[in-house]
Design a binder for this molecule. Structure first.
Ligand SMILES: *Cc1c(COP(=O)(O)O)cnc(C)c1O
Length: 385
């Protein structure tokens, strides 16, 4: 018996009703039902993203949304400022590089949140910086960044604020308009409870003014083309409508729970998972854990591949290791989207059984118990008094 349990920080699990919706026969992409679904999807996304902005739907993964954002944000002669605090922060720089877009970085130690004061300092007296590129939830380190505070800083300048919300949106509080996010990139396969394949870019009026001031080098990812078609609830090229029908279903679920409640559930899962991991004598990797995943340091003498292989072989539980320079150093448990508190407790129980087998010393039940105390409301989350 091996029951699949996907607790990766993306792709994340998809609810049965969403899967069933997508199992229906494919209709023609120009069928009126497709337009209706695009309309409902965009209206639903606006609620989830807390925005009145235009939202472009792309048939791409999240990186496509990041690429679309960057190539529209930097007119000739201007630069991007990349907040580089992990593997995905670095991706902004790699996209700039690929397009020959000049950029500078603010380099932050992996696992630490970006300090908004450093962004303010970097922007002082600079009119050549067209966009600041940040990350809501840096999935490679499991860190949540202070996007609201950085947004305040950027909003006082002419620069745009582009945010990678790919693993953050739907797991962490994200108020696109109030937080002054001009270009928000989102992907479908994390907390939005869909398979990979859709990406979204929310574009503010401030961003449109920049985009309309030059000829961005974009064809497939042209946001101007997307805007034109959005007016009739359509996309410039064949919409990935099977996924869009699924999206309408997953957005219905989020709406029924209430986005504020969705954020609160993720915060609770995160607090419980952190408490559980700490109670097993494991160290959290991030100084400011993101709500959608928990990263812990692989204890001395153990191998991350052994932990993950045993979790998968014995319990079908899929978590992930570290990326790039964190390879072998950390493990990351995803608890986003279609995961709940019981999944977190179950993952900790499985982790305990595997760690015991690998000879890691701890009090059996300690992780589960610490997590449950948080869930019952009797334990203090890590970091609280
Ligand atoms: C998953 C992820 C990405 C990459 O998304 P793809 O869908 O693989 O293109 C980018 N940024 C963050 C923060 C992510 O979690």
């Amino acid at each position: 018996m091996r029951k699949p349990r996907l607790m990766a920080p993306g792709p994340a699990p998809v609810p049965e009703e969403v899967l069933l919706e997508m199992a229906r026969p494919v209709i023609h992409s120009r069928d009126p039902r497709t337009k209706q679904a695009i309309k409902e999807a965009i209206e639903g996304l606006r609620e989830v993203l807390k925005t009145a902005n235009d939202v472009a739907i792309l048939a791409a993964t999240g990186t496509g949304a990041m690429e679309a954002a960057v190539i529209h944000a930097v007119p000739p002669g201007k630069k991007a400022l990349v907040l580089n605090a992990g593997w995905f922060g670095l991706r902004w720089a790699k996209i700039c590089q690929a397009h020959g877009i000049p950029f500078e970085t603010i380099d932050v130690e992996w696992g630490q949140p970006v300090d908004p004061a450093r962004v303010a300092e970097a922007l002082t007296g600079r009119d050549d910086i067209a966009v600041v590129c940040g990350t809501l939830s840096e999935t490679s380190t499991g860190t949540g960044h202070p996007i609201e505070a950085i947004g305040k800083v950027v909003a006082e300048t002419a620069a745009l604020f582009a945010v990678d919300g790919i693993s953050g949106v739907g797991a962490m509080e994200c108020r696109t308009d109030d937080w002054k996010i001009d270009l928000l990139a989102v992907g479908s396969q994390k907390a939005l409870m869909l398979p990979p394949g859709l990406a979204f870019v929310a574009v503010s009026p401030k961003a449109w003014a920049v985009i309309d001031s030059f000829e961005p080098k974009a064809f497939y990812f042209s946001l101007k083309a997307a805007r034109k078609k959005l007016a009739e609830w359509d996309t410039p090229y064949t919409p990935a409508h099977t996924l869009i029908f699924g999206l309408v279903k997953s957005l219905e679920r989020i709406k029924a729970e209430g986005i504020e409640n969705v954020w609160a559930r993720h915060k609770t899962m995160s607090d419980a998972c952190q408490a559980g991991v700490k109670a097993l004598g494991l160290e959290l990797f991030s100084a400011r854990p993101a709500e959608g995943l928990t990263a812990f340091v692989v204890p001395q003498g153990l191998k991350d591949t052994d932990i993950r292989k045993k979790l998968d072989d014995r319990f079908g539980l899929s978590i992930v290791g570290g990326q790039d320079k964190l390879k072998g150093k950390i493990c990351r448990i995803g608890h986003m989207g279609y995961n709940d508190e019981v999944d977190v407790v179950g993952a900790l129980a499985a982790l305990e059984m595997v760690l015991a087998e690998l000879g890691h010393e701890f009090e059996p039940g300690a992780g589960v118990s610490a997590a449950q105390r948080v869930l019952i409301g009797q334990g203090s989350p890590v970091g609280a008094a």
